[in-house]
Design a protein around this ligand. Structure first.
Ligand code: TEU
Ligand code: CA
Length: 545
């Protein structure tokens, strides 16, 4: 059927609702803002949008701390606004994916409040992971696990009698208690949540921390290898990541989606160390896709880029799944800055100590354009993060008093955290917020250079990053590049080169210009004035006579 398994080749655009477009002018993007800007996404040529969480939330982790899974936070609008946005997207042929956060809720969720009020051992506590502490008076946490956001993974509660009591587990912030996914009541509740959104017509879910939902039985102590952080480095058996029990949950969800028409899709957010491990989360009867963060984390080096493309196609191909490709999201340094970093940034997150040199903006932008030119030629599904089509850099100079990311607070400012990739978009126009709204208000300050990056300005130039993205997406669709395979070509050790049928793709990751083969006709070039040459940090699609 037409549109079947659409997710195999789809280009999916991530909207970070609070920073996309602000219709009511309070400085925070909202659902009506998204609706008002859908034409821009049609013109860009994306197949689907994925919305980061907009459900009711105390916003301790920008909405990844949900207090009600069946609603819309008043910050972003109403359920009617959601339905209107969904209908408007569907009218334009754009599918809509909702971000589901099942690993943990907010501590303000009714269930967690009930758990706090209930006694140890009660069914209310059994929906989360409460345990007695160690030590004589239970004053030590139940195990030694460390939170991804810094500090311990356990917080102690005060019992009804006023005494310090049990501890609850939270992989992330203290305000994000983890559910106990071995509890059937939790599973039943979330099947209902899935149906709630599927009934409204959503096309699928991006599943937050999909690999964290089951913890190893007995919650054994875990000490990361030397040099590994709480993410586990390259370690295979981290007791809270990728435990085999998650497959059963995915299979249940797959069944829930299969009861609906229209090919609804599940995408796992699973930061597992190796591509083979990531591919474990996509199976014909489980997840349809998983984010390929190995591609995102690959440094700007020809051999490593070749390897990760080959390994990705192999690993996902082996399980019959499409590879995904992603260069930026709301958790990592924007690739227009990251690809020009001169220091180590292993997780891609945070922008390093303050005294590190700032990445060169021109180099970063050139590499970002080249990296995207390669990415959008690859078979599989590609994810774009709002603002990358404008070539936005990371905002590096956010004053401390504006910072909101919990990783900033929990590491006491040692990590800059993720605010720098979350700054509201510049649409253009004369308001001080560069068209983000009519009032000039903005929940994070926008750098002065946002004026140069404004979409309205870029619409007027064929050489702009926006025009490059539009052209790449138009050609990708016209040539059906999302499907099929690739054949490697050799243009020297500094090049990444391959063929997609008639179309040749080459990138220059070296420091000297590289001539394209004789007879090359450029179809699209990340460095538009370069002709049949690849300057350093550029990429092109070309045909041969
Ligand atoms: O991220 C999961 C996750 O593991 C991230 O914390 C990631 O490790 C980090 O940001 C990069 O080092 C998801 C969401 O994408 C993120 O925004 C949330 O903060 C997190 O889950 C908790 O819900
Ligand atoms: Ca608003």
């Amino acid at each position: 059927a037409p549109g079947s398994e659409w997710w195999r080749t789809a280009v999916i655009y991530q909207i970070y609702p609070r920073s996309f477009a602000d219709a009511n002018g309070d400085g925070i993007g909202d659902l009506p803002g998204i609706t008002s800007r859908l034409d821009a996404l049609s013109e860009l040529g994306v197949d689907a949008i994925w919305l980061s969480p907009f459900m009711p939330s105390p916003q301790k982790d920008a909405g990844y701390d949900v207090s009600d899974y069946r609603g819309v936070d008043p910050l972003f609008g109403t359920l009617d606004d959601f339905d209107a946005m969904l209908a408007a997207a569907h009218e334009r042929g754009i599918r809509v994916i909702v971000d589901l956060v099942p690993n943990h809720s907010s501590d303000q969720h009714a269930w967690f409040q009930e758990a706090l009020a209930a006694a140890p051992g009660s069914p209310e506590r059994a929906r989360y992971i409460f345990r007695d502490g160690r030590g004589e008076n239970g004053e030590l946490p139940p195990n030694n696990w460390q939170s991804v956001f810094g500090g311990g993974m356990w917080t102690r509660v005060t019992e009804a009698d006023g005494r310090p009591g049990q501890w609850y587990l939270h992989i992330f912030d203290t305000s994000q208690p983890d559910f106990d996914w071995t509890n059937e009541e939790v599973r039943e509740e979330f099947r209902g949540v899935l149906r709630f959104w599927l009934d409204r017509g959503v096309d699928g879910f991006r599943v937050d921390v999909a690999h964290g939902m089951i913890k190893k039985a007995g919650l054994p102590d875990y000490t990361p290898d030397d040099g590994a952080d709480s993410m586990g480095g390259d370690q295979e058996d981290v007791p809270y990541w990728g435990q085999p029990g998650v497959h059963e949950i995915y299979r249940e969800w797959h069944e829930v989606l299969a009861a609906y028409d229209g090919d609804r899709a599940l995408c796992a957010e699973a930061w597992m160390p190796t591509l083979d491990q990531i591919a474990l989360w996509v199976r014909p009867d489980e997840m349809n896709q998983a984010f390929n963060f190995n591609y995102l984390m690959t440094p700007w080096k020809a051999d490593e880029l070749r390897d990760v493309i080959r390994d990705s196609l192999d690993a996902f191909g082996a399980v019959g799944a499409p590879s995904t490709w992603v260069l930026s999201n709301h958790d990592v340094v924007r690739h227009a800055s990251r690809l020009a970093l001169t220091w180590d940034n292993p997780q891609g997150e945070g922008i390093g100590p303050r005294d590190e040199p700032k990445p060169d903006r021109a180099v970063g932008l050139a590499r970002a354009r080249a990296a995207t030119t390669v990415m959008l030629s690859l078979p599989g599904s590609a994810y774009l993060y709002q603002g990358e089509e404008l070539g936005l850099p990371e905002a590096m100079e956010i004053p401390d008093e504006f910072r909101q990311d919990p990783t900033w607070f929990r590491t006491e400012g040692e990590r800059y955290g993720r605010d720098g990739c979350r700054v509201p978009l510049p649409w253009g126009g004369t308001t001080p917020s560069y068209g983000f709204n009519d009032t000039g208000a903005s929940w994070l300050p926008q750098p002065a250079e946002w004026a140069e990056y404004a979409r309205a300005l870029q619409e007027q130039s064929d050489a702009s990053t926006l025009s490059l993205y539009r052209e790449l997406l138009r050609l990708r669709r016209a040539r059906g590049l999302g499907a099929g395979s690739l054949v490697w070509e050799d243009l020297g050790s500094d090049a990444v080169a391959f063929r997609r049928g008639e179309l040749h793709v080459a990138a220059n990751l070296g420091t000297a210009p590289l001539a394209l083969p004789a007879g090359a006709t450029v179809v699209v070039h990340s460095a538009p004035d370069a002709g049949a040459v690849l300057p350093p940090d550029s990429a092109a699609w070309y045909t041969l006579a």
